[in-house]
Structure formats: structure tokens, C-alpha cells
Design a protein around this ligand. Structure first.
Ligand SMILES: [Zn+2]
Length: 442
């Protein structure tokens, strides 16, 4: 049993969202009590104490759209002219994924998951690609997630961009993993059916995906109308907009994640809303790729479930939160927007998305919830209370301020030291493996 004690405790529990001198009691994988620090210490003698020393105790963060495979691109040289989103895909991401071996996938996973833990992220919904070493890639990532002790939902992004055979292998990999995850029956590993995007999927491949998924109720995880090319391709080749076309193949289910949704119209938003699918907004990635602004704020105001992801851009979800807050203000020339929508994406809707994927309660400190808890190195210099803690998170904290991370009742980082793997050795190996990968496409 553990007690996280003596913390300014942000619970995100509506009944009691903030405790000035709070504590959280953990037994097994669950939170069994939340309350005043002195009271709980007396009530549970003998528990192992984790003293926050007045700093912030809060739920672990969630990244609802990530690409661990992208991690070896950090510092990589791009030689071809890369002037738009299509060329970014061609010259960067599709070069990286084509050159990933299973070992590359494995060390990308180590590097990314350690970075997540160090940024207080305890659940990651990933979208993987390694077309020439595809078979078993999801199991490889799952084993790393297990070893590190992070909650992860995995999928393989099916695409026709490397030919029909690889598209079929991608379908098989998703289905194999869905079956495996079902047998594992763990709320630490989830499975979705991944697809790259409509513009790299033929009608024949979409039909095959639909057929393969008939026996399962897992969600799809797909980029939707991210770049203008996706819409243009859909209209020119299929005479339909992206969401209309995907709808015809049954893609929009309750557990589906439609990523981005930038070049969409109101009818398309209604299709997604009525299906109960979630949308995931990735503000930094969209700005970096200059693909346009997602109408995330408008989607939320229509009652849609929009979560927040980083799309591989960063592991720091508080960075994404800050950018979401200013991107919409800037674009709409309206300083009043996104104050409520940004926290709703990160702290409320991401939690709902995870609940659909894993059927467990994370992202909230409440009795019976999963023990995914972090301590942030943050001492406020102005009053912090139940009405203003979002402002303290936004302007005072960053992911790297995470001191201690617990996932599913297990301490995976304490005082910035990762406890489940040797960080320095693993990163040294990742540098070696990535260097080899970089050589292969010079
Ligand atoms: Zn993505």
C-alpha cells in the first residue's frame, strides 16, 4: 500500500476537484482513498509514504494519438526539398518507417515510452508503421510497454503506399494483435485497427479491412482529412468527401479515433458525432506541417468528443495543452476561446477515450479508479485553489516537471529515476540502432 501525501492534489473529480493538503491511497492497482493528508496517514498506518512536500499530486496524463515509430527522426538529416505536407510524408515519415527493423521499432518504443514516463504520461494510444518489418511489430511494442510499465493501445497503420501485399500484412497484423490483446485481457494493453489515411487506401483495401473487422467491436484509428490532399484525392477519385467515403466502409464506430479532421465540413462533423466516434486534435503537429487548423473548438461546442494528442511531435502533453490554448485564440483572433475547450480535451475527453479503449477509469483521482498518479515539481507563488488550478497547470507546469510516476499501482519513476529499465544503457543502444537506420538511406 502507498500513500501519496502532503500534496496540492488535483483530482479532476467534480465532487472534490482540489485538495490543499491532499493524499491518495493506493492498494494493488487501485486508488482506495482520497482525502486530507493527515487523516489518511492516521487511517492507513504502515503504508509506504511518498511525500509530495507541498508539490502537486495529479492523475497521470494521456496522449490519445502518438507515433512511437517517429522517434528515430529526431536529429535526422532531410536532403530532398520538403516544401509541403505531401513532401514531409514522402521525405521524412515514409523514409523512417520503411527503414525500421523490428529492433528499430523496439528501441523507438523504449525511447518514446521512457520520455512519456518522464513527462508524466501514463497512457499512450499509438499508431505504428514499419512496412518492411511489419509482422510482430505490435507485439514487440507491447512487450516494451509491459517491461516499462506504461498503459498502451496499439494499432498498425494499414496503407496501400507500399503495395497490396504489405497492405494485407498490415490488416493481418492488426487482427493478430486484436486477438492477442483479447486473450491477454489486460487493462494495460489495448488494441485498435489502424489505417493510415483515406488517400493511401483503395476501396478494395477498405473493403478488406471492413471484412476482417466484422467479428470485432474494436475501434479504428485513422488520420482523417489532415492535409488538403486527402480531401482532393477523395473528391477526384471517389466523388465523395473523406468522411463520407470512410463512412461507407463502416469506419466510424463508437471506439473509433478520427485523428485531425481539418478539411471537413459540417455534414462530415455530424456523421462523426452521430457515430459516437472520438476525434483527436494535435495542435503542434498541425502547425508544424502547416496543414491548417482543426475546428476542434467548434467540434467541442457541437457536443463532439475531442481529445488531445501529440502525433509524435512531443511526449509532453502539457506542451500540447498550451499550444491548443493559444492556437485557436490566434487563428480566430479571439482571446476568449479555448480556455474551457483545451482542458476538456486533455483532462476530460482523453479520459473518456481511454475508458472506451481499456474499459477502466484513469485520469481522475477517485476511489476505485486506476492508480495512474504523478507528482509534479510545482510550488505556486500565488494562491492555488479549486477554481484556478487549470491556470496553474497552463502557465506554471510542464511535463518535464514530473518527479514521480505511478502506472496501475506500480512506481515506474521516482525522483526522476526510471525504475523499470536502465535509462542510460537503453538510450545508448537506441542511439546505436538509430545511427544504423540513418545510414541505410543516405
Ligand atoms: Zn498521426
Amino acid at each position: 500500500m502507498y500513500i501519496f501525501k502532503n500534496g496540492r492534489t488535483i483530482t479532476f473529480d467534480e465532487k472534490n476537484p482540489y485538495l490543499e493538503n491532499g493524499a491518495v491511497v493506493v492498494e494493488g492497482d487501485r486508488i482506495i482513498d482520497v482525502g486530507n493528508s493527515l487523516d489518511l496517514e492516521k487511517k492507513y498506518p504502515g503504508a509506504e509514504l511518498i511525500d509530495a512536500k507541498g508539490r502537486v499530486i495529479m492523475p497521470g496524463l494521456i496522449n490519445s494519438h502518438m507515433h512511437i515509430y517517429s522517434s528515430f527522426a529526431r536529429g535526422m538529416k532531410i536532403t530532398n526539398p520538403t516544401r509541403n505536407f505531401d513532401e514531409i510524408l514522402e521525405n521524412l515519415w515514409w523514409k523512417v518507417d520503411k527503414n525500421l527493423t523490428l529492433e528499430g521499432t523496439k528501441y523507438s518504443a523504449y525511447a518514446t515510452y521512457m520520455d512519456c514516463i518522464k513527462n508524466g504520461v501514463t497512457t499512450v494510444i499509438d499508431h505504428h508503421a514499419s512496412p518492411f518489418h511489419l509482422k510482430g511489430s505490435l507485439r514487440t511494442i507491447a512487450e516494451v510497454a509491459k517491461e516499462i510499465g506504461i498503459r498502451a493501445s496499439l494499432s498498425y497503420e494499414v496503407s496501400d503506399r507500399d503495395g497490396e501485399k504489405i497492405a494485407e500484412e498490415g490488416i493481418e497484423e492488426n487482427i493478430d494483435f486484436i486477438k492477442w490483446a483479447k486473450e491477454e485481457n489486460s487493462d494495460m494493453i489495448g488494441a485498435m485497427f489502424g489505417m493510415h489515411a483515406a488517400f493511401t487506401l483503395s476501396d478494395e483495401t477498405l473493403e478488406k479491412c471492413k471484412k476482417a473487422m466484422e467479428p470485432y467491436d474494436n475501434g479504428y484509428h485513422i488520420h482523417v482529412a489532415e492535409g488538403y490532399t486527402d480531401l482532393k484525392n477523395s473528391l477526384e477519385k471517389h466523388g465523395k468527401r473523406v468522411v463520407e467515403r470512410l463512412k461507407d466502409f463502416g469506419i466510424f464506430r463508437e471506439k473509433t479515433i478520427a485523428v485531425h479532421c481539418i478539411h471537413v465540413n459540417e455534414q462530415e462533423l455530424d456523421i462523426i458525432k452521430n457515430s459516437g466516434s472520438s476525434v483527436v486534435h494535435n495542435p503542434e503537429s498541425n502547425m508544424g506541417n502547416a496543414v491548417g487548423r482543426s475546428p476542434a473548438v467548434e467540434m467541442i461546442n457541437r457536443g463532439m468528443e475531442v481529445g488531445l494528442g501529440s502525433d509524435g511531435y512531443t511526449s509532453d502533453m502539457l506542451e500540447s495543452y498550451k499550444v491548443a490554448n493559444i492556437l485557436h485564440k490566434h487563428h480566430l483572433s479571439d482571446p476568449t476561446v479555448a480556455w474551457g475547450e483545451s482542458p476538456r480535451m486533455l483532462f476530460e475527453n482523453n479520459r473518456k477515450i481511454v475508458k472506451k479503449q481499456f474499459n477502466c477509469q484513469v485520469g481522475i483521482l477517485e476511489k476505485g479508479g486506476k492508480a495512474d498518479i504523478i507528482i509534479m515539481d510545482y510550488l505556486p507563488h500565488t494562491e492555488m485553489n479549486g477554481d484556478n488550478f487549470y491556470s496553474h497547470i497552463l502557465f506554471g507546469m510542464s511535463g518535464r516537471g514530473t518527479v514521480t510516476t505511478m502506472v496501475n499501482g506500480k512506481l515506474v519513476m521516482k525522483d526522476r529515476v526510471i525504475l523499470t529499465v536502465d535509462e542510460e544503457k537503453t538510450l545508448a543502444k537506441a542511439r546505436e540502432v538509430s545511427k544504423e537506420m540513418w545510414k541505410s538511406f543516405k
